[in-house]
Design a protein around this ligand. Structure first.
Ligand SMILES: [Zn+2]
Length: 150
């Protein structure tokens, strides 16, 4: 899923639990759970090497909006737990993204991490695109309404 969805679920996990270690573990695992749902993101039909300039703008926009919400909710709900939750919830994408960017994706750890990430994630097909959009939007709006209501 997109950065925003992972960051919001991590935020909610951070707010809901009091043990920082537990927040980190559950937020990290939550990433794979969200990716396992049918969803649409820039990586659904493309590898990072195939991203256009527009795709990168969308990714940057998503990250900026996601970070803005994390900062807002961190200030509203408690800085450290929310920050730790959001950080660990986006960590799998951050690991994969930096391994790709800094060209160490062939190293054993990053290769295994990437394979696990890809295997666990929902494999989007053209017939599921609408479902992918609906679930992605529903997850984001659902999490936002819970978080604003807290
Ligand atoms: Zn992911």
């Amino acid at each position: 899923m997109i950065f925003l969805a992972h960051a919001l679920l991590g935020t909610l996990i951070g707010y809901s639990l009091s043990n920082l270690f537990l927040i980190a573990i559950i937020a990290f695992l939550s990433h794979f759970l969200l990716d396992a749902l049918p969803h649409i993101d820039t990586g659904s039909f493309k590898r990072k090497s195939q991203y256009t300039r527009k795709d990168w703008y969308i990714v940057m926009f998503d990250i900026i909006i996601g970070l803005a919400f994390v900062i807002y909710f961190a200030l509203k709900l408690g800085f450290l737990p929310v920050f730790i939750g959001a950080f660990f919830a986006i960590l799998p994408d951050a690991i994969d993204g930096s391994a790709w960017l800094f060209k160490f994706k062939k190293m054993a750890f990053f290769k295994k991490m990437n394979a696990f990430h890809e295997n666990f994630g929902f494999k989007m097909k053209h017939e599921f695109i609408l479902l992918g959009y609906i679930i992605e939007v529903a997850v984001i709006l659902g999490l936002l309404s819970i978080l604003f209501w807290l």
